[in-house]
Write a protein that binds this ligand. Structure first.
Ligand SMILES: Cc1cc2nc3c(=O)[nH]c(=O)nc-3n(C[C@H](O)[C@H](O)[C@H](O)COP(=O)(O)OP(=O)(O)OC[C@H]3O[C@@H](n4cnc5c(N)ncnc54)[C@H](O)[C@@H]3O)c2cc1C
Length: 403
């Protein structure tokens, strides 16, 4: 007879699969509104299986979430991540770890899971991207509220967001990492001005956000005053895992698209393209298996710097696969003439064209931290190589020269 340690994961997986099948049978993804299906998954603890019970989870290993996702997508449903990527992938773990109280966290999580309340991430600024700890947007305390002024940039989905994860400077006298505080801000209030930024696809899925005397409740602060960098790291670690960490079946995802395109164009096959496709397939499969192994061994805890591996490898693989697709299409790849500004879709839209996906993939090595910065993190935090020289870590932020 097996020991309890060896039988438990298998029975957890079976329990999760059974619960997911029951939800999908009772709320057919093809006939009920998305909110109803996702709400039922949340109530059954299947939105984030690793969350505590009552907060969309069952207190199980996060490695079991793909079991749910697969059952939902096999039945024709969407992935929750695709509907509310920033909320689902990054907001949720941050509010669960640092949220003010269980009632407030639950009140944020359910509409986040159903997609009724979209979330965005207000970190980057014109002078603070890779060095996000250098940000300048200020929050000044006013009784039970904080008054926020500044400018954020590249804010994906801000135009449809109900809530924003905001990191602001609350103490300019402190060195840059120590004077920051993390808030959840209401994006629909006066003083939050969201302006579109168009990408080379023509779409405007992201924005610049100007904050003029916008208000945020102290009750919506995550973590201690001045400890916002620690909270931000939780969001960023999860961002890397979420961006680089989507595992599907063998041959699915972007490499599946490339294979489909290859089969659809037998007239364009050449030995060189065949070799490239074989090499990409091998990379994609190695990436998928590495992710699957990391998921299986993952506990309910937070992802570590290894999230940077999947972010880096996934981003470069995506770009190379879409480059292959464009080369396979040959002159047809140039047929891209629709630059209609589109605010409704995000890059995960299954109806986007190969050309759009190729153009969008250029951002993969920038968004969520650039590949250069991922390599720095891996060098320093995984391989233990000497860190970059840093001159401003101990100086008060207000004394650091800025361009
Ligand atoms: C599609 C897209 C969506 C985004 N969505 C969001 C969002 O929703 N919310 C949000 O807050 N931000 C978002 N961003 C911003 C993104 O996180 C930043 O663009 C990214 O962190 C890089 O910052 P930067 O653009 O300021 O470039 P910079 O930091 O100015 O970097 C410029 C170049 O210098 C390199 N570099 C910088 N520092 C180092 C270093 N120490 N070592 C080696 N090389 C270095 C970089 O790798 C890069 O090549 C998004 C970006 C994109 C492209």
């Amino acid at each position: 007879m097996s020991s309890p340690t060896t039988t438990r994961p298998a029975s957890d997986a079976a329990r999760v699969a059974q619960a997911a099948r029951e939800v999908v049978e009772a709320h057919d993804p093809l006939s009920v509104p998305r909110e109803e299906l996702f709400g039922a998954l949340y109530d059954a603890g299947l939105a984030w299986v690793h969350h505590p019970e009552g907060l969309g989870g069952l207190g199980l290993s996060r490695g079991l979430q793909p079991v749910v996702d697969q059952i939902v997508t096999d039945a024709g449903g969407e992935r929750m991540f695709a509907v509310n990527p920033i909320g689902y992938g990054m907001g949720a773990p941050t509010v669960v770890e640092y949220g003010p109280d269980r009632d407030q966290v639950g009140a944020w999580l359910r509409p986040m899971a159903t997609g009724e309340e979209i979330w965005c991430q207000l970190f980057s600024e014109p002078g603070a991207g890779s060095d996000v700890a250098g940000l300048a947007t200020s929050a000044v305390r006013d009784g039970d509220e904080w008054v926020v002024n500044g400018q954020k940039v590249w804010t994906t989905l801000a135009h449809v967001a109900r809530w924003g994860m905001l990191v602001a400077r609350t103490d300019p006298e402190q060195p840059k990492h120590r004077g920051l505080t993390y808030f959840v801000i209401d994006m629909t209030q006066p003083g939050v001005d969201v302006r579109p930024l168009r990408q080379m696809t023509g779409q405007a899925e992201f924005n610049e956000v100007h904050l003029h005397d916008a208000r945020v409740l102290d009750a919506h602060r995550l973590g201690e005053v001045g400890a916002g960098w620690k909270v931000a790291i939780t969001t960023l670690m999860n961002e890397r895992t979420a961006i680089g960490g989507v595992t599907g079946r063998r041959g699915s995802g972007v490499i599946g698209e490339a294979l489909g395109l290859w089969r659809a164009h037998p007239d364009r096959h050449t030995p060189v393209l065949r070799d490239r496709l074989a090499a990409l397939w091998t990379r994609a499969e190695t990436h998928r298996l590495t992710l699957a192994r990391a998921r299986r061994t993952a506990s309910a805890g937070q992802p570590g710097p290894e999230g940077s591996v999947s972010k880096l490898v996934g981003a470069e693989l995506n770009q190379d696969v879409y480059e292959f697709c464009m080369d396979l299409l040959g002159p047809d790849a140039l047929l891209y003439d629709d630059w209609t500004m589109d605010r409704g879709r995000v890059h995960t839209d299954p109806n986007s064209t190969v050309q759009q996906r190729f153009l969008r993939s250029r951002a993969n090595t920038i968004e969520g931290g650039t590949s250069e910065v991922m390599r720095n993190i891996l060098g320093e935090r995984v391989l233990g190589l000497p860190g970059e020289p840093r001159s401003d870590s101990d100086r008060p932020w207000k004394e650091v020269p800025r361009g």
